[in-house]
Write a protein that binds this ligand. Structure first.
Ligand code: DAH
Length: 356
């Protein structure tokens, strides 16, 4: 018995892990373990022998069981110590900086414009930036010889050898999206089309790529009065103050009648303020969609009519956020982007408030 005791107590003390402990348990006190077999032999003993051997075996079994439990607990302690040492972490260290970009004013203003027009029931439509000559010009009632083509400083794309169609163009305005939307959606229709446009022009207020937003509303009885209301509603929401508009008779091939729209502003102190004073600033072209344009969009001009407008996004961004030079918009200068950019979470909504 003393031998057994020695053997198991020493083995348990030397067990390196739980697997070893479990196998010792089976060997010693499991159903067919050495101690258990000895206990089975008690029946063959004389009562006197049994009286000393029985309690001794029980005591040995208890001793081995508690040695097993103690070894198990001490191995777990060692493992925990080891983990605590390995996974040590200095929570007082300063965090690593997360470098966040900013939202470009053009993106922000596009979102603002979209939120305001969406609130008035306008959906967003898009078209390609490489456009066919037909969508960019002919369908908008600008025929080949029309002076508007020359005025637009168009970028033309190279044609494959042997092609005898007119060259494709980088769209000079967002107006071709009117045609594409009429052809795909039909009437009635209420859309805005924000996006990039291209003209060969470069100075403080012109860049070869800039942004416009087109508007188009078609129904059976839409008039210039609806146009005026929608635009005044838009400008007041956008600038966050009541803004008066002035409609000046103008000419565009794709509208009849046509109007250029000015917004009220003041030039007090050398900076422009929208919605006060008695100066005027031109911000967009507009009018009633020309019957020929409706027809090019496969819409019956005897049944449907509506208004359209086109506005420079960069320009209204400069006006609202006091940005002086258009060229800086597209220089990717980080200092400029950090100064004029918006936080990613500053998502403009009409009811939650537009950007300040
Ligand atoms: N497409 C014109 C331009 O880029 C702007 C314009 C004027 C758009 C009148 C319109 C409109 O839809 O009705 O200069």
């Amino acid at each position: 018995m003393e031998e057994l005791r020695h053997k198991y107590i020493a083995a348990i003390a030397a067990a390196a892990d739980e697997v070893a402990i479990e196998s010792l348990r089976v060997q010693a006190v499991g159903k067919k373990g050495e101690i258990s077999l000895r206990m089975r032999e008690l029946g063959k003993m004389s009562p006197e022998e049994r009286q000393t051997a029985g309690p001794a075996l029980n005591a040995l079994k208890d001793e081995i069981n508690s040695a097993l439990a103690a070894r198990k607990a001490s191995l777990a302690d060692v493992a925990l110590e080891e983990r605590l040492r390995a996974e040590w972490l200095d929570v007082t260290l300063p965090g690593r900086p997360v470098r966040r970009g900013t939202v470009h004013p053009v993106s922000q203003v596009t979102d603002e414009v979209t939120a305001i027009f969406a609130d008035m029931g306008f959906a967003v439509a898009e078209g390609p930036q490489i456009e066919t000559d037909w969508h960019n010009f002919d369908a908008l009632n600008i025929p080949g010889h029309h002076p508007a083509r020359a005025e637009m400083d168009t970028f033309y794309l190279a044609r494959p050898q042997g092609a005898n169609r007119p060259p494709h163009v980088l769209r000079t305005h967002t107006s071709p999206v009117q045609i594409r939307s009429m052809l795909s959606e039909g009437a009635p229709l209420r859309i805005i089309c924000p996006g990039r446009v291209y003209r060969s022009d470069y100075d403080q207020t012109h860049t070869p790529m800039f942004h416009q937003v087109e508007g188009l509303a078609l129904d059976r009885d839409i008039t210039m009065a609806n146009l005026k209301w929608v635009l005044e509603e838009f400008f007041s929401a956008y600038f966050g103050t009541k803004v008066k508009t002035r409609f000046r008779a103008s000419h565009f091939p794709f509208t009849e009648p046509s109007a250029e729209v000015d917004i009220q502003c003041s030039w007090q102190g050398g900076t422009v303020k929208v919605g006060e004073g008695d100066d005027w600033l031109e911000v967009l072209g507009s009018g009633m969609v020309h019957p020929k344009v409706l027809a090019a969009g496969n819409i019956d001009p005897n049944e449907w009519q509506g208004f359209a407008f086109g506005m420079g996004i960069d320009r209204i961004a400069m006006l609202k956020y006091g940005i002086p030079d258009l060229r800086a918009f597209f220089d990717s200068d980080l200092r400029w982007l950090r100064h004029y950019g918006f936080a990613a979470l500053d998502v403009p909504t009409v009811h939650g408030g537009l950007s300040k």
